[in-house]
Each structure stands twice: as structure tokens, then as C-alpha cells.
Ligand binder design. Structure first.
Ligand SMILES: NC(=O)c1ccc[n+]([C@@H]2O[C@H](COP(=O)([O-])OP(=O)(O)OC[C@H]3O[C@@H](n4cnc5c(N)ncnc54)[C@H](OP(=O)(O)O)[C@@H]3O)[C@@H](O)[C@H]2O)c1
Length: 334
């Protein structure tokens, strides 16, 4: 079968296609024919050698996939040949708190960018027929992160205000989940065209963070000084100060991204004076994934897949993601 493989190179990681053999699933395992995968910013960081993981030898990249079960090992009772499934980002994180020794797909262990993969049955979740494979392949990382931030670690209620940064995968899922529970959504973007598309998805307040560089002040102005109840912090060091400024009293700022700007000094005083809860999130577990899927089915939420590439077009897909022209998710079909 064909698989893309990452191995340490001179400038970060090298990416090549290989013909590899795959065996039969062992006890408790299943084999999945991967029909789609999706890209995350993390995949670009791993490729560039900027992700804090030590890859020895080579691994199959990408954490997020969806496909069909083609073989079932012994003692698997919840999955059958032909089932449509998506995988967990953290292969063995089923429930409860995250543990330091959990391993993530496409980094510490092989990912999904291959014709077929073998995984323990517990690392796979059945997906509804209403979602295409490309749509389902966007769920393991971006969707679950947004869901965890708002609905599991967070406790979003109808009528509250969510501020979400940018129009990438995590941010658009946050927009969709927040609207589905009756929250008001403020979204930022560098592009008025993307903001117009976000409005079509239900965003209530649109702020261009390039033409309005003091966007936190604008959030406070437009909320009459109340600020946001939940901030989906997908930026990182370059946006955190303004996110704390935009946050309201007793709010939650969920630290998710590391893409904006370099380290800078960030005052902790808003945390104290506004009693803000600053919470780091690393995706989510299987129980959260199932909760999210049930909610998506109930509210007919469909992932925003902006562009689809073929398996052999991975370099072009990566190039597109690098330029941030996408709105939502980029998928790869096979
Ligand atoms: N902690 C976790 O569990 C977790 C999970 C998933 C992702 N992440 C991280 O979260 C971040 C977003 O991930 P993603 O998958 O949504 O990425 P993505 O789909 O590539 O989205 C990137 C978008 O972020 C926006 N952006 C970039 N710089 C910004 C800034 N300074 N201010 C506001 N928005 C900015 C841009 O939106 P516009 O084009 O609209 O300006 C850009 O298109 C990444 O750093 C990623 O590594 C973390």
C-alpha cells in the first residue's frame, strides 16, 4: 500500500511517498481503509521541525482521518467490516483527565496518511452516514478542540458571548458550536471576505484584526464593556494580551494556538482583577468526541471543508495551508 512518510531531513523533515506492507489486525485491533485525511497547523509545525516531538526514523504523518473498516481482529465486539469511522487524535485517551504519557497520531506514533492503517478498536469512533469522509476527517483535532474548549472544559450557555480568533478550522467549529447553543459570536479575521463568509455561518460581530489592530478595545466597545464570556485563543503569544483585555469578568480564556507573533511580556493582572480562568486545551478524549458527534447530528452541523486535494497532491495541500488562504479545513481524499 502507499503511505506518505516523514523522516528527519536537513531543513526540518523530509516527506516522501513509500510502498509499505501492512499486516492483519491483532487482538483488539482493526484495519481501516483511509478515504480522507485533513491538515492541521500542527502538521506544518512537525514538517518544519518546530513541534516539540522527537521523531526517530520515519513516521506516517497527519493526525486526522476517516475511512472504512476492512478487517477486524479477535475480541473486537463494537466494530465490523464496512463500518465508517474516524480516529482519535490521542490514540488511548478514552475518558477522564489527559495524562502525560498519552500518544498522539502523526507525531509520537504513525498517523493516517496511508491507504490503510491498523489501530486499536478503542481509537475509532463510528461516524454518521450524513457526513462525507472528507467532512469526518476534520473532526479528530480541530472540531474536538473547539468542542472541548466551549462545551466540556468550558460551560457555554445560551446568551453568553464567545470571541473566536481567525477563520481557521478550530475557530469556525467554535463559531458553529457556539451558535448551536444560542451564544453570540464575535469573530476576527485578516480578511473582510472571510468575515462575510463567517457571517453566513451565523457570526454576530465581525472584526478585521488588520484594519482594527486594537480589536480587544472594539470587543469591549461592542459588548458595552461586558467583554467576552469565552475566548477561543487560537493566536498565542501575539494575541493573548488582547484576548485578556477582551475577556469579561469571570470569563474563560482557552489557550489553544501558538501561531501569532513571538513571545512578549503578558501582564497577568487581568486574570486577577477580572477573575479570568486561563485554561490550556490539547484536543480532547473519546467521550468528548462522542458527545460532540451526537450534538452535531442533533443540530445538523457540517464541517466547513474549504478545499479538497488528492492523496498525491499533499505538497500542494501543505502549500495552501501555509499561505492561510483557506477558510475552515483542507482535506485530502484517497
Ligand atoms: N491546543 C490544541 O489542542 C490545538 C488543536 C488544534 C489547533 N491548535 C492550534 O490552534 C491554532 C489554529 O489552528 P487551526 O487548525 O484552526 O489553524 P488554521 O486552520 O490554519 O487557521 C489559521 C487561521 O488563524 C488565523 N490567524 C493567524 N494569525 C492570527 C492572528 N494574529 N490573530 C487572529 N487570527 C490569526 C488566520 O485567520 P484569518 O485568515 O481569518 O485571518 C488563519 O487563517 C494553531 O496554532 C494550531 O496549532 C491547537
Amino acid at each position: 500500500m502507499n503511505a506518505w512518510k516523514l523522516s528527519p531531513g536537513q531543513n526540518g523533515m523530509d516527506l516522501d511517498q513509500h510502498n509499505v506492507s501492512i499486516g492483519e489486525p491483532g487482538e483488539g485491533e482493526v484495519r481501516v481503509r483511509i478515504h480522507a485525511a485533513s491538515l492541521n497547523k500542527r502538521d506544518l509545525m512537525i514538517l518544519g521541525g518546530q513541534y516539540p516531538v522527537n521523531i526517530e526514523g520515519s513516521i506516517i504523518p497527519l493526525s486526522d482521518g476517516a475511512g472504512e473498516i476492512t478487517a477486524v481482529g479477535e475480541n473486537v465486539d463494537n466494530l465490523s467490516i464496512g463500518d465508517r469511522v474516524s480516529n482519535l487524535f490521542w490514540r488511548d485517551w478514552i475518558d477522564g483527565p489527559a495524562l502525560a504519557d498519552h500518544v498522539a497520531m502523526g507525531a509520537e506514533i504513525d498517523g493516517v496518511l496511508a491507504d490503510e492503517i491498523i489501530l486499536p478498536a478503542h481509537a475509532l469512533v463510528k461516524i454518521p452516514n450524513t457526513l462525507s469522509y472528507a467532512e469526518a476527517a476534520t473532526l479528530p483535532c480541530a472540531a474536538l478542540t473547539a468542542w472541548n474548549a466551549l462545551m466540556e472544559t468550558g460551560d457555554l450557555k445560551a446568551g453568553q458571548t464567545v470571541l473566536t480568533l481567525g477563520t481557521g478550522g478550530v475557530s469556525l467549529f467554535a463559531l458553529q458550536f457556539a451558535k448551536s447553543v444560542g451564544a453570540r459570536v464575535i469573530i476576527t479575521s485578516s480578511s473582510d471576505e472571510k468575515l462575510a463568509r463567517a457571517k453566513e455561518l451565523g457570526a454576530d460581530i465581525l472584526i478585521n484584526y488588520v484594519t482594527t489592530p486594537n480589536w480587544a478595545e472594539e470587543v469591549q466597545r461592542l459588548t458595552e464593556g461586558k467583554g467576552a464570556d469565552v475566548v477561543i485563543e487560537t493566536g498565542g503569544p501575539g494575541t493573548l494580551s488582547q484576548s485578556l483585555e477582551a475577556a469579561g469578568f469571570s470569563s474563560q480564556v482557552t489557550m489553544i494556538g501558538v501561531q501569532a507573533g513571538a513571545d512578549q511580556s503578558i501582564s497577568p493582572l487581568p486574570l486577577l482583577f477580572k477573575k479570568i480562568r486561563l485554561q490550556g486545551i490539547m484536543v480532547g478524549n473519546r467521550v468528548m468526541f462522542e458527545n460532540m458527534l451526537n450534538h452535531m447530528i442533533k443540530h445538523n452541523i457540517r464541517p466547513v471543508v474549504d478545499q479538497i486535494f488528492n492523496f498525491n497532491e499533499l505538497p500542494a495541500a501543505i502549500q495552501t495551508m501555509t499561505t492561510s488562504v483557506h477558510f475552515g479545513k483542507i482535506a485530502i481524499v484517497n
